[in-house]
Design a protein around this ligand. Structure first.
Ligand code: F3S
Length: 65
């Protein structure tokens, strides 16, 4: 049962790594030096909102489905 969707705008991401620091469960760094979402559809919002709030360029959005 999915309740939330994590979206990441790679064009905005500057690769600061804050999302992976606050939320390693759902974010990882990709080979291109930018973040990647490990799991896009989640049932537990967990730390994803903190990552959304922490990203300095607002590249992350977490929406309820
Ligand atoms: Fe990129 Fe924002 Fe994460 S700049 S590395 S999506 S905190």
């Amino acid at each position: 049962m999915t309740k939330f969707k994590i979206e990441l705008d790679k064009k905005k991401c500057i690769g600061c790594g804050a999302c992976t620091a606050v939320c390693p469960d759902y974010f990882d760094m990709d080979e291109d030096g930018k973040a990647k979402v490990k799991k896009q559809l989640i049932s537990d919002i967990g730390c994803s909102k903190q990552a959304e709030d922490t990203c300095p360029v607002n590249a992350i959005s977490v929406t309820e489905q």
